[in-house]
Design a protein around this ligand. Sequence first.
Ligand code: NG1
Ligand code: ZN
Length: 535
Amino acid sequence: SGFENELRKGLEEYPVKPGEKFSYGTAGFRTLGDTLESVLFKVGILAALRSKSCGGKTIGVMITASHNPAEDNGVKLVDPRGEMLDTSWESHATDFANAPSLDAFIAILEDFIRSKQISLGTPAKVVYARDTRASGPKLVAALRKGFAAMGAVATDAEVTTTPILHYLVDTINTTTQEWNVNNLIEGYYLKLSNAFKRLLADRGTSAHLLIDCANGVGALAAKKLDDFLGESLTLKLKNTSVESTEKLNKDCGADYVKVGQKLPPSLTSELRPGQRGCSLDGDADRLIYYYLDDSGKFRMLDGDKITTLVASFIMRLVKDAGLDDAEEKIKVGVVQTAYANGSSTRYLSERLPVTCVPTGVKHLHHAAAERYDIGVYFEANGHGTVLFSSSAQHKVASHKPSTAAQATALGRLKDVINVINQTVGDALSDMLLVEVALYHMAYSVETWDKLYSDLPNRLVKVKVGDRNAFVTEDAERRLVRPPGLQAKIDELVRRTGGRSFVRPSGTEDVVRVYAEAKETEAAIDLALRVAGLVY
Ligand code: NG1
Ligand code: ZN
């Protein structure tokens, strides 16, 4: 048939090379960009099938490798509400990608369509985007051939951030209006910037914020946002060399800062003591803040510090709006992973409910949505957002304030909802939220930093023969396999004090070891000793 012909052509053009093995992990497919064309062709087909199986709703495809090196690339699917792809499809994505021949692929495809009861007559709609990587355009070309083979209607959002692509998917599926993608993207900037301006309307002086854009797509989006923000906040953009694609994430960006716990060298002459700055990652879904203290020492404010600030601010607004009394009580809670600094968990637990879940945004997102009316979640690495349940949004919209102060707080809460990108972590939206929270809590960056002091910590990675030999329990805080290893870790922790855990990475072929302790030396020592056990 015509379809089979398209498939044959596609698979001939984009063959799986001998020895190649792909896997749809926490971050979708991610590896060297030049090896991904065959995967992209099949992802085009899979995205179209996902759309059909969701009754013709629009599915998103994002081509990015986030904070990873410039030569890497990756691809992930976005479900109709702007969420990550349903977990039950992940292994099928892997099977598709690894199908070696036309016959094998057709067999997998037919089996899949039958088992998922996908009706091929349903139209398919997709929207896709890529970051600034050099391998992006040819991966887009392969993706489009997959769409074409399935007859999917595809909208090109061009070069944009991961969170904007998630926002687009959600908006396209909920709007009842005629739309074109440029108007929708403009709608995103308007939603964020208008709410931000209202929230800061009574701030007299205009503030400046230094932003390290990781030489990635965040530079383009931040530039655009700056135009929309006008006088309300002036963004001083650094590391904006998107044309020099090899500079992406090189010695800069949120991951560089978080892992190295240091300022990118390119910012040393830019950041003045007391001034705050922040770093985005390569696709602008992670955010890390920092400043230099009085003695010029670098101080980092990571995802845990952002959680603390944002949760405190939102709790205050809920209380001030009169939404924490018995009848209308809105429950605010926090979701973290084992990588959250122990001090943050302690600080937060004394003030509101805290849940720990396994690594990976989908776990945090689901727990935040399921457990709380307002769920604040951030990974320590700076990826996160705030979710408002529909009942919480309804209460905020319909609550009748009984005082002027309540009315003010309620208005602010409504604007805060608009500043936030609820589909996924969004560095630019989170940055506006941090700026708003600092202003309304009347915190300087130092006051924010001093809410609690981070325990010194170390994260190291260990190459092992088979990372699948490492199996965890208790939200990845303990190992059940290899047998006996956890007991040895417990023994080390008991002797040195602190906390340590070991888990296989979901995105790299390594095992990660995390350790924290009261002193830096002890944290490093513990991390290295535990790594020694793993190796
Ligand atoms: P893995 O490789 O599974 O540790 C890393 C990050 C996660 C998450 C994913 C997706 C750490 C320790 N791990 O996962 O938090 O962001 O990448 O990008 O930062
Ligand atoms: Zn990212």
